[in-house]
Design a protein around this ligand. Structure first.
Ligand code: AMP
Length: 395
């Protein structure tokens, strides 16, 4: 059993909350997407409105175990303060006397953010000593960092054993509720749309979802490994030669016959650039030296026709190189179709990472049911894995 924060008496208690503030920033350290900060607010507000002292902790980027001002969480404290219209105290260290002396002066309802956990290599090493030093800061442990829940680190896993009172935050509860519903009690047909660069990153998801889903639609760079396995020429398109056998096994798995759908046409380019010459060709007819960088119009029509009948859709990975305007159309069209079917009552769940970035780019974030804050975490959930950061909360 995992506690909800709503069942805890937090009055005057120091609640140590692991959040995921690993947000994208530009070269001036300006936050370019604050979704993860906004999504942490319901948990924080629930706690402070019930008289808790909230101590937030997070990582940011990959500072590799040493202090590096590029990865400071100070700009995040600032943004959180703006969003909450409240002063957020910032601790320049995440363990030891600096945070302890600030905590001693906190009043009920105050919020503090600790400096980047990954300035200590012990965080990613899941060091027992580091876990216990973090744990010493609080009375109650709450994990709301869905984006990091697939990692067994000190602040997500090691720390939990030091608390008799621990709970999942409201964001983790929401993320799991959507994914659970899709996997265990979906409104059918259940369709998965999988794209992105490589088959290797999605093999386990395909194996886990094939028995559950009614259809799986494949796009992105990974489609070409399947096309090659089917004996087609793929020009200079992206290929993972060591995955051709796996692709072939998936295509010929009798139990799954008719469930896997591959594109029938593609936009090929003379080189990997937005200035490249392009052509629309059938997937059986890709010319030598041309590379497929998006799905074609026939495929968009075929995929959209299936999606229009869906009760539930899980989407992970773009249909093409959506970062370049010339190759964004496939991803944008699928995103638009998902927005349409959402308005008609379908449940649409977008995995984090690049699919979330695409949805944001096309301004459709609020037109689908749920956009996950965790790319890796949602992928591992869909692979059928148990996330260590969530398992550690079991009472
Ligand atoms: P992933 O992290 O595996 O979901 O991959 C996302 C990346 O896949 C994005 O940056 C896309 O630009 C890239 N991508 C999608 N389609 C293709 C393609 N046909 N060829 C090369 N890269 C692609």
């Amino acid at each position: 059993m995992i506690n909800s924060i709503l069942s805890l008496d937090v009055q005057s208690k120091i609640c140590l909350v692991r959040v995921d503030y690993n947000v994208p920033q530009n070269e001036y350290l300006e936050i370019t997407d604050d979704k993860r900060i906004r999504e942490s607010i319901p948990t924080i507000v629930s706690l402070i409105s019930r008289g808790a002292k909230v101590v937030l902790m997070s990582h940011l980027g990959r500072p590799k175990g040493t202090f590096n001002p590029t990865f400071t969480l100070a700009p995040i404290a600032q943004r959180l303060g703006e969003l909450l219209n409240k002063h957020i105290v910032f601790s320049h260290d995440c363990i030891g006397d600096t945070p302890k002396s600030i905590i001693n002066q906190m009043s009920d309802g105050d919020i503090m953010l600790l400096e980047n956990l990954r300035f200590y290599k012990e965080e990613e090493e899941n060091s027992q000593d580091f876990s216990s030093r973090l744990a010493a800061l609080g009375d109650i442990y709450i994990n709301d960092a869905f984006g990091t829940a697939h990692r067994a680190h000190a602040s997500t896993e090691g720390i939990a054993k030091y608390f008799t009172q621990k709970a999942a935050g409201l964001l983790i509860e929401k993320e799991i509720a959507y994914l659970d519903k899709a996997i265990h009690s979906p409104k059918r047909p259940l369709i998965a749309v999988l794209g992105g660069a490589k088959v290797s990153g999605k093999i386990d998801v395909i194996y886990n979802l094939l028995p559950i889903c009614d259809h799986i639609l494949i796009g992105g760079g990974m489609m070409f490994t399947f096309l090659k396995a089917m004996g087609h020429h793929i020009g200079s398109s992206m290929i993972e030669n060591d995955r051709i056998d796996t692709a072939l096994q998936l295509l010929h798995h009798s139990e799954f016959a008719g469930k896997l759908h591959l594109p029938t046409d593609t936009i090929v380019a003379s080189n990997f650039s937005n200035d490249a010459d392009t052509r629309i060709v059938d997937c059986t007819d890709i010319p030598d030296n041309w590379m497929g960088l998006d799905i074609g119009p026939k495929t968009i029509e075929e995929f959209s026709a299936l999606l229009k009948k869906a009760g539930t859709v899980l989407w992970n990975g773009p249909m093409g190189v959506f970062e370049m305007p010339k190759f964004e159309h496939g991803t944008q069209s699928i995103a638009q179709t998902l927005a349409t079917i959402t308005s008609l009552g379908a449940l649409t769940i977008i995995g984090g990472g690049d699919s979330a970035a695409a949805i944001l780019k096309f301004g459709l974030e609020n037109s689908v049911s749920h956009v996950s804050t965790g790319g890796g975490a949602s992928l591992e959930f869909l692979e059928g894995k148990i996330l260590p950061g969530i398992l550690a909360l079991e009472m």
